[in-house]
Design a binder for this molecule. Structure first.
Ligand code: S3P
Length: 167
Protein backbone atom coordinates (compact mmCIF):
# COMPACT_ATOMS: atom_id res chain seq x y z
CA UNK A 1 0.00 0.00 0.00
CA UNK A 2 1.65 3.21 -1.14
CA UNK A 3 0.62 6.71 -0.30
CA UNK A 4 1.45 9.92 -2.05
CA UNK A 5 2.57 12.37 -2.84
CA UNK A 6 5.35 10.83 -4.90
CA UNK A 7 6.83 13.77 -6.79
CA UNK A 8 9.12 13.52 -9.81
CA UNK A 9 11.42 16.37 -10.80
CA UNK A 10 14.14 16.62 -13.43
CA UNK A 11 15.22 18.10 -16.72
CA UNK A 12 13.10 17.84 -19.87
CA UNK A 13 13.38 14.35 -21.35
CA UNK A 14 14.45 12.67 -18.11
CA UNK A 15 11.44 10.35 -18.30
CA UNK A 16 9.25 11.94 -15.61
CA UNK A 17 6.01 11.42 -17.53
CA UNK A 18 6.66 7.78 -18.51
CA UNK A 19 7.92 6.83 -15.05
CA UNK A 20 5.02 8.68 -13.45
CA UNK A 21 2.56 6.61 -15.49
CA UNK A 22 4.30 3.36 -14.48
CA UNK A 23 4.24 4.43 -10.83
CA UNK A 24 0.54 5.20 -11.13
CA UNK A 25 -0.19 1.76 -12.60
CA UNK A 26 1.73 -0.10 -9.91
CA UNK A 27 0.61 1.91 -6.87
CA UNK A 28 -2.95 2.57 -8.00
CA UNK A 29 -2.43 6.24 -7.15
CA UNK A 30 -3.78 8.87 -9.55
CA UNK A 31 -1.17 10.65 -11.65
CA UNK A 32 -1.18 14.45 -11.78
CA UNK A 33 1.08 16.18 -14.29
CA UNK A 34 1.62 19.89 -13.64
CA UNK A 35 2.02 20.69 -17.36
CA UNK A 36 -1.22 18.88 -18.25
CA UNK A 37 -3.01 20.71 -15.41
CA UNK A 38 -1.64 24.03 -16.70
CA UNK A 39 -2.87 23.27 -20.24
CA UNK A 40 -6.31 22.29 -18.89
CA UNK A 41 -6.64 25.38 -16.71
CA UNK A 42 -5.34 27.77 -19.37
CA UNK A 43 -7.05 25.97 -22.27
CA UNK A 44 -3.91 26.47 -24.38
CA UNK A 45 -0.78 24.48 -25.19
CA UNK A 46 2.50 25.18 -23.41
CA UNK A 47 3.91 26.60 -26.66
CA UNK A 48 0.95 28.98 -27.00
CA UNK A 49 1.24 30.11 -23.37
CA UNK A 50 4.94 30.92 -23.89
CA UNK A 51 4.31 32.64 -27.24
CA UNK A 52 1.32 34.70 -26.11
CA UNK A 53 2.25 35.54 -22.52
CA UNK A 54 5.93 34.71 -22.04
CA UNK A 55 7.81 32.57 -19.57
CA UNK A 56 7.06 34.71 -16.48
CA UNK A 57 3.32 34.18 -16.93
CA UNK A 58 3.86 30.45 -17.44
CA UNK A 59 5.92 30.29 -14.23
CA UNK A 60 3.17 32.08 -12.28
CA UNK A 61 0.60 29.52 -13.42
CA UNK A 62 3.06 26.69 -12.72
CA UNK A 63 3.60 27.87 -9.12
CA UNK A 64 -0.15 28.18 -8.57
CA UNK A 65 -0.72 24.65 -9.89
CA UNK A 66 2.06 23.24 -7.72
CA UNK A 67 0.47 24.78 -4.62
CA UNK A 68 -2.86 23.21 -5.59
CA UNK A 69 -1.53 19.68 -6.07
CA UNK A 70 1.57 19.30 -3.91
CA UNK A 71 -0.13 17.53 -1.01
CA UNK A 72 -2.40 15.25 -3.05
CA UNK A 73 -2.31 11.51 -2.44
CA UNK A 74 -0.98 11.03 -5.97
CA UNK A 75 2.01 10.61 -8.21
CA UNK A 76 2.90 14.15 -9.29
CA UNK A 77 5.03 14.77 -12.36
CA UNK A 78 6.38 18.25 -12.93
CA UNK A 79 7.80 20.48 -15.65
CA UNK A 80 11.60 20.67 -15.84
CA UNK A 81 11.67 24.32 -14.76
CA UNK A 82 9.55 23.94 -11.62
CA UNK A 83 12.67 24.23 -9.44
CA UNK A 84 13.54 27.70 -10.75
CA UNK A 85 11.45 29.48 -8.12
CA UNK A 86 12.46 29.39 -4.47
CA UNK A 87 8.82 29.12 -3.32
CA UNK A 88 8.39 25.96 -5.42
CA UNK A 89 11.63 24.47 -4.12
CA UNK A 90 10.42 25.06 -0.57
CA UNK A 91 7.16 23.18 -1.24
CA UNK A 92 9.01 20.31 -2.94
CA UNK A 93 11.45 19.99 -0.05
CA UNK A 94 8.67 19.95 2.54
CA UNK A 95 6.99 16.86 1.06
CA UNK A 96 10.01 14.66 1.76
CA UNK A 97 9.20 12.41 -1.21
CA UNK A 98 10.63 14.32 -4.16
CA UNK A 99 12.64 12.19 -6.59
CA UNK A 100 15.14 13.81 -8.92
CA UNK A 101 15.51 11.86 -12.16
CA UNK A 102 19.00 12.77 -13.27
CA UNK A 103 19.82 12.38 -16.94
CA UNK A 104 22.85 13.45 -18.99
CA UNK A 105 22.14 16.39 -21.35
CA UNK A 106 23.30 14.48 -24.43
CA UNK A 107 20.76 11.73 -23.63
CA UNK A 108 18.09 14.41 -23.26
CA UNK A 109 18.97 15.94 -26.61
CA UNK A 110 18.81 12.51 -28.27
CA UNK A 111 15.44 11.71 -26.70
CA UNK A 112 13.90 15.05 -27.67
CA UNK A 113 15.42 15.42 -31.15
CA UNK A 114 12.06 15.14 -32.95
CA UNK A 115 10.04 16.93 -30.28
CA UNK A 116 8.87 20.50 -30.87
CA UNK A 117 6.66 20.91 -27.78
CA UNK A 118 9.40 22.41 -25.55
CA UNK A 119 9.67 26.16 -26.21
CA UNK A 120 12.87 26.45 -24.17
CA UNK A 121 14.73 23.91 -26.35
CA UNK A 122 13.76 25.51 -29.64
CA UNK A 123 16.83 26.36 -31.76
CA UNK A 124 19.18 25.54 -28.87
CA UNK A 125 22.57 23.88 -29.41
CA UNK A 126 23.82 20.98 -27.32
CA UNK A 127 26.21 23.42 -25.59
CA UNK A 128 23.35 25.75 -24.65
CA UNK A 129 21.18 22.90 -23.38
CA UNK A 130 24.12 21.53 -21.39
CA UNK A 131 24.60 24.98 -19.83
CA UNK A 132 20.92 25.19 -18.89
CA UNK A 133 21.17 21.70 -17.38
CA UNK A 134 24.19 22.62 -15.27
CA UNK A 135 22.56 25.84 -14.10
CA UNK A 136 19.59 23.84 -12.87
CA UNK A 137 21.42 20.86 -11.41
CA UNK A 138 21.99 22.36 -7.92
CA UNK A 139 18.33 23.40 -7.77
CA UNK A 140 17.11 19.85 -8.47
CA UNK A 141 19.57 18.49 -5.90
CA UNK A 142 18.41 21.03 -3.31
CA UNK A 143 14.83 19.73 -3.49
CA UNK A 144 15.50 16.03 -3.90
CA UNK A 145 14.84 13.51 -1.17
CA UNK A 146 16.51 11.02 -3.47
CA UNK A 147 18.41 11.29 -6.78
CA UNK A 148 18.27 8.54 -9.40
CA UNK A 149 20.54 8.56 -12.45
CA UNK A 150 18.27 7.44 -15.29
CA UNK A 151 20.86 7.68 -18.10
CA UNK A 152 21.70 3.96 -18.07
CA UNK A 153 18.56 2.48 -16.50
CA UNK A 154 15.31 1.34 -18.09
CA UNK A 155 12.12 3.17 -17.09
CA UNK A 156 11.04 -0.01 -15.24
CA UNK A 157 14.27 -0.10 -13.24
CA UNK A 158 13.88 3.53 -12.23
CA UNK A 159 10.28 2.86 -11.16
CA UNK A 160 11.42 -0.08 -9.01
CA UNK A 161 14.05 2.06 -7.30
CA UNK A 162 11.52 4.74 -6.44
CA UNK A 163 9.08 2.19 -5.02
CA UNK A 164 11.82 0.65 -2.87
CA UNK A 165 12.51 4.08 -1.41
CA UNK A 166 8.80 4.64 -0.68
CA UNK A 167 8.42 1.46 1.39
C1 S3P B 1 10.12 23.32 -19.09
C2 S3P B 1 9.81 21.97 -19.15
C3 S3P B 1 8.56 21.46 -19.74
C4 S3P B 1 7.46 22.52 -19.63
C5 S3P B 1 7.92 23.81 -20.22
C6 S3P B 1 9.16 24.37 -19.53
C7 S3P B 1 11.42 23.74 -18.53
O1 S3P B 1 8.16 20.26 -19.07
O2 S3P B 1 7.08 22.70 -18.30
O3 S3P B 1 8.19 23.59 -21.59
O4 S3P B 1 11.62 24.92 -18.24
O5 S3P B 1 12.30 22.84 -18.37
P1 S3P B 1 8.92 18.83 -19.26
O6 S3P B 1 10.06 18.80 -18.29
O7 S3P B 1 7.87 17.84 -18.94
O8 S3P B 1 9.38 18.77 -20.68
Amino acid sequence: MYSGPIILIGFMGAGKTTIGQLLGQITGLPVIDTDITIVEQEKRTINTIFNQHGEEYFRNVESRVLRQVVNENAVITTGGGIVLRAENRQLLKETGSTFFLECEPNVVVERLAEDDTRPLLKNKSLAEITQMYHNRLPLYKECATCTIDTSTLTMEEVTELILKRMK
